[in-house]
Design a protein around this ligand. Structure first.
Ligand code: SF4
Ligand code: SF4
Length: 448
């Protein structure tokens, strides 16, 4: 079965939520919508305290080429705009706080489009609609989709890959979406392919999701036979875009490069679905599917949630936490971010909330001991780096050497730390080194 070089196979723990159909979470009484929930410049607020908004109203406009618009996810009144804890950033971020009127009144400019009307739209118009809908990559990185489908004019794109790998343990949101909304994903893939000037798309799904593979294959056959479902080996991090390209196309994205350099564009299944909804319903991205799971939550679920809903509300809807729960991660266990409060909002990039209680911990918690020079981390690094050396250089703040060894190519997948018998905190050291390098670069920039 096709795959990439390296990688690991951690326990999957998908059984907790994979059989749970997507439930629509009740409307929240309040939402906290960060103006920065994407790669690039934060959106600029276009509302003020006291303004009345509808579901889908623009509340923050994209501020630059790499940025994304932000929309209200409920109808009600803007209570304030203030810094609020953010699930992906280590500092509070300016956020629009909206109190619900309980009505969920939609923006009346919203108009439905038939598939035929969508087919009549020009690629430029489609890109504008994707941009106006505030769509970003829903796999986690939250890169603005309109930018991703606008590669430089000299880039020769020949392949679109829709990423349904969902390789992070525990998470099942993409799996459920593929099983329950396959048409929207295939139609979204067709739209994205057209924007890129392509007549075909690959849909990559890990082989541990047989139902999704079957349903997506049948749906593709029925509505767009140019969508080819490809079964890829269940291995972490199969869902990372460079690894997916390597598995399917046998092409290596150069160090520090982007997929368009090897002719590929990769989009998550949730993103393809959001693109179809944006075009068919004129619907901005104001909700997404989130897996709430882990041994620490009483009733794991897959929920369709309005952006800005506080995580505490999802926990309460899932029956609450078990008394011994001691860890809350936004995202999966490998690349997710540990949280210190349940008062962070669901954002566009939130694929899951994971609650652990000692069970399901994938990383060693015992004190780290000396490197054994066993080479295991080198053998599995999907970026072909030498994690033991890079981490050592970062630890001793030998930043130039760390850069020469490719520290900035590390995608922080955590595979090396997972495999290390010495419990070396390899990713933490690498992140530490990267932060020092970026801090030094901005100091130099400020001086100029
Ligand atoms: S060095 Fe980076 S890319 Fe390589 S395994 Fe470790 S975390 Fe992943
Ligand atoms: S896996 Fe751990 S012990 Fe083995 S070489 Fe890498 S850092 Fe050293």
């Amino acid at each position: 079965m096709i795959t990439f070089r390296g990688g690991i196979h951690p326990p999957e723990f998908k059984e907790l939520a994979e059989s749970k159909p997507i439930e629509v979470m009740p409307l929240p009484g309040k939402v906290v919508i960060p103006l920065s929930q994407h790669t690039g410049a934060p959106a600029k607020p276009v509302v003020a305290s006291g303004d009345v908004v509808k579901t889908g109203s623009l509340i923050g406009e994209a501020a630059g080429f790499i940025s994304a618009s932000v929309h209200s996810s409920i109808s009600g009144k803007v209570a304030s705009i203030e810094p609020w804890p953010h699930p992906a950033l280590p500092f509070p971020v300016n956020s629009v706080i909206i109190e619900s009127d309980g009505e969920d009144t939609h923006d009346d400019t919203i108009k439905a489009r038939s598939d035929r009307q969508i087919e009549a739209l020009s690629p430029k118009k489609i890109k504008d609609l994707i941009c106006n809908a505030g769509i970003v990559g829903l796999g986690g990185a939250a890169f603005p989709t309109a930018v991703k489908v606008s590669p430089p004019p000299d880039a020769k794109i020949d392949t679109l890959i829709i990423n349904g790998a969902e390789c992070e343990p525990f998470l099942t949101a993409d799996d459920r979406l593929m099983r329950e909304r396959p048409e929207g994903i295939i139609k979204g893939a067709k739209i994205l392919a057209r924007v890129l000037g392509l007549g075909k798309a690959y849909i990559a799904i890990e082989h541990n999701k047989p139902d999704a593979i079957k349903i997506m294959t049948e749906t593709a056959r029925a509505i767009w036979s140019e969508a080819e479902v490809i079964k890829v080996k269940t291995k972490y991090p199969q869902g990372a875009e460079k690894q997916l390209i390597s598995a399917i196309l046998k092409r290596d994205v150069p160090c520090g490069g982007l997929p368009f350099m090897v002719g590929a564009v990769v989009q998550n299944t949730g993103t393809a679905f959001a693109v179809y909804e944006a075009l068919s319903k004129d619907k901005p991205l104001y909700e997404r599917v989130v897996t709430v799971t882990g041994p620490g939550i009483r009733e794991p679920k897959n929920l369709l949630v309005r952006i800005g809903t506080l995580c505490a509300e999802l926990v309460s809807y899932c029956g609450g936490l078990k008394p011994d729960t001691n860890k809350f991660i936004s995202g999966g266990p490998m690349m997710g971010i540990a949280q210190s409060t349940l008062d962070v909002p669901v954002i566009k990039g939130t694929s899951g909330l994971l609650f652990l209680n000692g069970k399901g911990m994938l990383f060693k918690t015992s004190p780290e001991v000396n490197c054994l020079r066993c080479g295991k981390c080198v053998g599995i690094c999907p970026m072909r780096l030498v994690p033991c050396e890079i981490a050592r250089m970062a630890e001793y703040e030998k930043l130039e050497e760390a850069e020469n060894w490719g520290i900035l190519d590390c995608m922080e997948c955590g595979s090396c730390a997972f495999i290390c018998p010495s419990g070396r905190r390899l990713v933490q050291w690498i992140k530490y080194g990267k932060n020092l390098i970026f801090a030094e670069r901005s100091r130099k920039k400020e001086k100029k």
